[in-house]
Design a protein around this ligand. Sequence first.
Ligand SMILES: Cc1cc2nc3c(=O)[nH]c(=O)nc-3n(C[C@H](O)[C@H](O)[C@H](O)COP(=O)(O)OP(=O)(O)OC[C@H]3O[C@@H](n4cnc5c(N)ncnc54)[C@H](O)[C@@H]3O)c2cc1C
Length: 374
Amino acid sequence: MKNLQYLGEIADNLGKEYFNSVCNSRQFPEDLWNSLGRQKLFGLLVSKGNGGDGIELSDFVELVLEFSKQFGTFGYLFIAQNLSAKMFSDFGNEKLRAFLPDLISGRTRINLALTELESGSDAFSIKTKASREGDNFIISGKKHYVTNARNADLLMLVARTSFHQEKQSSGLTTFVTTKEQYEPSDFINLEKMGLDFLPIYSLQVNAVNVPRDMILGEVDEAWKMLSNTFVLDRILLAAMFIGMGEMALGIAVQYAKERKVFGKAISSHQGIQFPIAESYSFLQAAKSHVRSVSKIWDDGLIKSNRDAPWTAYYTSIKAAYDAIDCSLQTFGAYGYVSSTVEKLFRDIRYYRIGPISEQIALSNIAEKTLGMRE
Ligand SMILES: Cc1cc2nc3c(=O)[nH]c(=O)nc-3n(C[C@H](O)[C@H](O)[C@H](O)COP(=O)(O)OP(=O)(O)OC[C@H]3O[C@@H](n4cnc5c(N)ncnc54)[C@H](O)[C@@H]3O)c2cc1C
């Protein structure tokens, strides 16, 4: 598979320490981004007719598994840009599809601004409002926790366009805004625990004027498009978690064989071996599940297996969190000071909260599949 080969070459060029050193510098991984863009690896899910590769989800999952084993949480960038390009391809009008070549090559960077300070898990309660003025919409409100907002060329800004829909999920619209539409003072950088390579911001949206033809998807029906994309996101992030877990276990095994305590390698103790072997087993089980869920998607069977992306997300985050914790324990103090495993640990902790929390994943399974609703 040519894309796997490209990824292998990029990984060889950037070396095994790349993730750790970029995070230490608290910079965006520009070299990696540019290498992916040069190989058009941001258009994997975009149809061939729109200039992409049009690969199946299960093939993309294999790429994410490999990618994240070497580049850890940078997998998020790989996934998010690919999914954004897919949305432009599937739901964009002619004007928006004209952005595709630059999205696919990575020259244009894009992020999603959905969450607000008082509206996270309950996305339907957002207050940012878009009012119609002729052919344009004027948007005002405040977004919170927007990844890389200040450095993005485009933002997909979700706002409420209608307050009186029967269904709560209706009435939201996705607007594509450009960085020129904001002032530097609109962004406030938020200090955080992990993901050192990627800043997050709060964003003041001050009467931003957006023409109707910069709407992605349909007016009032953003949720149909976003929920579809979020399903893919859950499956792909699950693959990333597994890659991160395997990365952490790989370096733990190596360290355990080298580290001598009381005169022998710590790898000779079952107290070190068994937790690693156990974590490995759970990661393998989660990996098989993610692979089968991606196949379910490719076979067009996701509607009759609605809990599959949730179970994939939940089992993978659990397996990866435990694997990274186990790796940290194996490293002892060396894992707690600035190191690859310490970064993976801080990063994976976020994914138990967002983009969807463990509780929301479980409540979907409990209520929608198991019927445990009041
Ligand atoms: C590093 C980072 C990057 C982010 N990037 C982006 C981005 O690029 N764009 C964007 O739009 N957003 C972004 N977010 C926001 C993220 O998607 C939200 O944090 C997430 O959706 C959770 O929302 P919340 O933090 O408001 O938690 P809340 O919704 O306030 O929930 C608080 C707690 O209550 C629990 N809870 C809520 N409802 C229930 C329930 N029914 N049953 C049981 N438990 C419940 C939750 O699971 C959670 O543990 C980012 C956040 C972070 C920290």
